[in-house]
Design a protein around this ligand. Structure first.
Ligand code: MG
Length: 159
């Protein structure tokens, strides 16, 4: 768990054998519905690539929204990914030619990004959502997420 993608220790990931990153789009890279790409995000993509890591975006959002980011950031994107289903995660790993354990998934939602990544056998990183605005359905899911998160944190403390 980290606050945002900017707090991910890329060198540490590489030490763990990670070679590719799959990032969620909404509320992970950009606020929900935002069409702007902040300079900081472009810089981050450069840092990831300079570190020798491959990166792709996997989103449950519409192809039109996702395509815009794909072309502007020059990154492979999969839209309508139906996370937590594994298909899109596996497709990216296969494209990259990496094993699941060489992939890290970054996202702001436990039941889509993190669950899907874990089910695919990938290393998962949970970030805090960038904005409080989101799809109504997501807001409901957040309530349940909080319960699970609290349990997870308790378990981590006990370790
Ligand atoms: Mg998200």
């Amino acid at each position: 768990m980290v606050d945002s993608v900017y707090d991910i220790d890329l060198e540490e990931l590489k030490k763990q054998g990670i070679r590719g990153i799959i990032a969620d789009l909404d509320n992970t890279l950009v606020p929900w519905r935002s069409c702007e790409i902040p300079c900081a995000l472009e810089d981050w993509f450069c840092r990831v690539r300079n570190a020798g890591l491959k990166i792709a975006v996997v989103s449950n959002n519409s192809p039109s929204r996702v395509a815009e980011f794909s072309s502007r950031l020059g990154v492979t994107c999969i839209a309508k990914a139906v996370k937590p289903r594994r298909g899109a995660f596996r497709r990216i790993a296969a494209d990259f030619g990496f094993a699941p354990q060489e992939m890290a998934v970054v996202g702001d939602q436990l039941f889509t990004d993190i669950l899907g990544g874990n089910r695919s056998g990938m290393y998962t990183i949970l970030v805090k959502p960038l904005s409080r605005h989101e799809f109504v359905g997501t807001k409901l899911v957040r309530l349940v997420e909080r319960i699970f998160l609290r349990r997870l944190q308790k378990r981590q403390k006990q370790k």
